[in-house]
Ligand binder design. Structure first.
Ligand SMILES: Nc1ncnc2c1ncn2[C@@H]1O[C@H](COP(=O)(O)OP(=O)(O)OP(=O)(O)O)[C@@H](O)[C@H]1O
Ligand SMILES: [Mg+2]
Ligand SMILES: [Zn+2]
Length: 649
């Protein structure tokens, strides 16, 4: 009998072992499937683009940049002269010359270039080099004012027309449009002007017939498309321009790269054939860093103040905040400590906004503390730091906002404070947006990633491929040699699910904060759940909860009241996988980080010297009983593949 029992038990344990192995393999396969699905989407997109351009069904002309990267066109001498003498610039940045040549050749062109890349020059310079004037469509008055300020400084005659222009001014512009002796080179208008002012359209018509409308520039051209992030209904009406003025070359500019948006915009603008140039999104002079947000507002401010009074003493910067209230509070805290700061958000009087912007541009204010309203077209060249007091709502937003830094090509820092609580503040804000939550989770994943090059992560997001070597240690993850371990969080997940199931049975709901408190023992007896409080620091607990949300073991569940939206936590679609005893969930944790910053790389003030990256392969077991950990040297130069790996017992 006993022998049979022990044989059976042995067999059972071997079956269990096999099941465990299988479970691991299944999980690996599922992850692999996810990767392949992503790859598939990218490839399908590329094939579609390719076949469209092959068959000529695309509105793009197959154009090589080499063809346009030349300086032997009839206008080349004038163009070079304007670059150096009017715009006081030494050389063109990537794709500027190509774009300028295409539009000087009177062909339609779209330029996709990251924010701060230098798109404005691509129509400002041709405007100066051509007879007549260039019509510039621009979505915001503040953007126009910015550019006018700069053009005025350079001695280029330009102006804007808007609803509050005086009668005299309008009259003057109208006569300049027709006058052969006019020096006026650029006229900025909002799209509404085209759609709504018959008077202006009739003047344009006359100017066009007189050969005075030299070209049309549509800035922020993604605003045409509903698929873009800044859709402006009035941009829809701009198709009239190409229909009425078919021979005036059109140049469209944007920092939004998705081909869907581009095609849509071309259709709306009635462009038949057009050359599209797309610049790389890499901004090599920006140093990217993510920091754990200190647990109290005061500690967070202390941290920021230390940076501003230390590394960034006397240097210009922006702090992006989640809300208007946050922005006001942060400004006040900074001002109390003697830092010259000003708030900027959508709810301020236009006059006050413009005052803050001007004082900051003139370096009379060191820091603008702003919401997303401080966005498109903010163009101060010497912004040395962009601090995110809270993460952005998407990677696109983060890229744009952090991109305000270092437009002069000099080194600048982009520091993001990642706070657990911010996830839910943002998720309740984006809950109505179609893919708002997914975009937010992509942002959270970026923040959670402590091993992969930030540039590689950003590039991946924009369907570009960069290798981490091109980062040149200009991100926290490349700069630090991290000893990463995979922490087994299966037990933690089981406990959390146990609590949530009980909460659900009692017809209650827990916010993330309440869940963590219960996990730490608060009110557990009332719930009648037995869970041992985890002996892990609070920030790690928060990280575990966020990780489990990203991995879909937990999910957010929103509740709407008359005054607010609240995010509660529930068990997620993958929670059932835990029914299988062999199922394991791991989360990467960093054991220690060692700076490997070299001179010439790393953040602004880093002076560190080092002998370069050394690979520290260490195996270390945590004494913590439930954490089975496999120590792993995660990132050594080009290792791009350090997503969670399975633990070894
Ligand atoms: N060839 C160049 N050399 C040096 N600086 C340049 C050059 N071209 C443009 N810049 C500078 O780069 C900065 C950003 O230019 P610009 O405002 O045109 O960017 P943008 O691409 O329109 O960005 P956004 O998408 O935010 O509108 C400006 O300060 C401009 O003077
Ligand atoms: Mg611009
Ligand atoms: Zn990097």
């Amino acid at each position: 009998m006993t022998t049979t029992l022990s044989v059976l038990q042995e067999e059972l344990s071997s079956v269990n072992g096999e099941l465990k192995t299988l479970e691991i393999q299944i999980q690996e396969l599922l992850e692999h499937q996810q990767e392949l699905l992503q790859k598939k989407t990218v490839l399908e997109k590329k094939i579609k683009q390719f076949s469209e351009s092959e068959s000529g069904s695309s509105k793009e002309i197959n154009s090589s940049t080499e063809e346009w990267n030349k300086e032997d066109f009839p206008w080349s001498t004038t163009v070079r002269d304007a670059l150096q003498n009017t715009f006081k610039l030494r050389k063109f940045r990537s794709l500027q010359l190509e774009t300028i040549n295409v539009t000087m050749a009177r062909r339609d062109v779209f330029l996709v270039m990251p924010t701060g890349g230098g798109k404005s020059l691509c129509y400002q310079l041709p405007a100066v080099c051509s007879d007549g004037f260039t019509l510039v469509i621009c979505p915001l008055i503040s953007l126009m004012e910015d550019q006018l300020m700069m053009l005025d400084h350079l001695g280029v005659s330009a102006t804007l027309l808007n609803a509050s222009s005086s009668k005299e001014h309008v009259k003057w512009v109208h006569s300049e449009m027709l006058s052969r002796s006019s020096q006026l080179k650029l006229i900025y208008v909002t799209p509404e002007k085209i759609g709504k002012s018959k008077m202006f359209m009739s003047k344009l018509e006359k100017a066009y017939q007189a050969g005075r409308l030299s070209r049309i520039a549509v800035d922020e051209v993604h605003c045409c498309s509903q698929w873009g992030h800044d859709f402006r209904p009035d941009y829809k009406l701009l198709g009239i321009l190409k229909r009425q003025f078919p021979n005036a070359p059109l140049i469209g500019l944007t920092a939004t790269a998705t081909s869907h948006v581009l095609h849509d915009a071309q259709k709306i603008l009635c462009i038949q054939k057009c050359i599209t140039f797309t610049a790389s999104f890499n901004r090599p002079n920006l140093y990217y860093e993510v920091r754990q947000k200190p647990s109290t507002a005061q500690n967070c401010m202390e941290d920021i103040v230390k940076l501003i009074n230390g590394r960034y003493k006397g240097l210009s910067g922006i702090i992006y905040c989640f809300s208007q209230k946050d922005a006001e509070q942060v400004t006040m805290s900074l001002q109390k400590l003697g830092i010259k700061a000003g708030t900027y958000h959508a709810n301020m009087e236009p006059r006050d906004k413009s005052k803050v912007h001007k004082l900051w541009s003139a370096n009379e204010i060191q820091v603008v503390v702003a919401t997303v309203a401080f966005g498109m077209g903010i163009d101060k060249p010497d912004v040395r730091f962009v601090i995110h007091h809270s993460m952005s709502k998407s990677m696109e937003n983060y890229y744009q906002e952090s991109g305000r830094a270092g437009r002069d090509d000099q080194k600048a820092d982009c520091i993001l404070y990642y706070g657990f609580g911010d996830i839910f503040r943002i998720s309740t804000m984006v809950v109505m947006e179609n893919v708002g939550q997914q975009k937010l989770y992509d942002m959270v994943s970026y923040c959670h990633n402590m091993t992969r090059c930030r540039r590689v992560l950003i590039a991946h997001h924009f369907d570009e491929a960069w290798d981490s070597a091109s980062c040149n240690n200009m991100c926290d993850n490349c700069c630090q040699e991290a000893l990463v371990e995979k922490m087994d969080v299966t037990g933690h997940c089981q406990d959390l699910i146990k609590i949530l199931k009980q909460v659900d049975q009692m017809r209650e709901k827990f916010t993330p904060l309440k869940l963590i408190e219960a996990w730490l023992g608060k009110g557990l007896s009332r719930l009648g759940v037995e869970v041992v409080a985890p002996k892990v620091p609070r920030d790690v607990l928060e990280r575990i909860v966020a990780h489990l949300i990203l991995q879909q073991y937990l999910k957010e569940d929103f509740s709407f009241t008359a005054f607010a939206t609240i995010s509660y936590l529930k068990t997620g679609p993958r929670a059932d996988l835990l029914k299988n005893k062999a199922h394991v969930i791991t989360m990467p944790v960093i054991l220690n980080k060692k700076s490997i910053t070299k001179v010439g790389s790393g953040p602004l003030s880093s002076q560190g010297s080092s002998t370069g990256k050394k690979i520290a392969v260490t195996h270390k077991k945590r004494s913590h009983s439930e954490d089975h950990i496999q120590a792993k040297k995660a990132r050594t130069g080009g290792n791009e593949d350090d997503e969670p790996v399975m633990i070894e017992d």
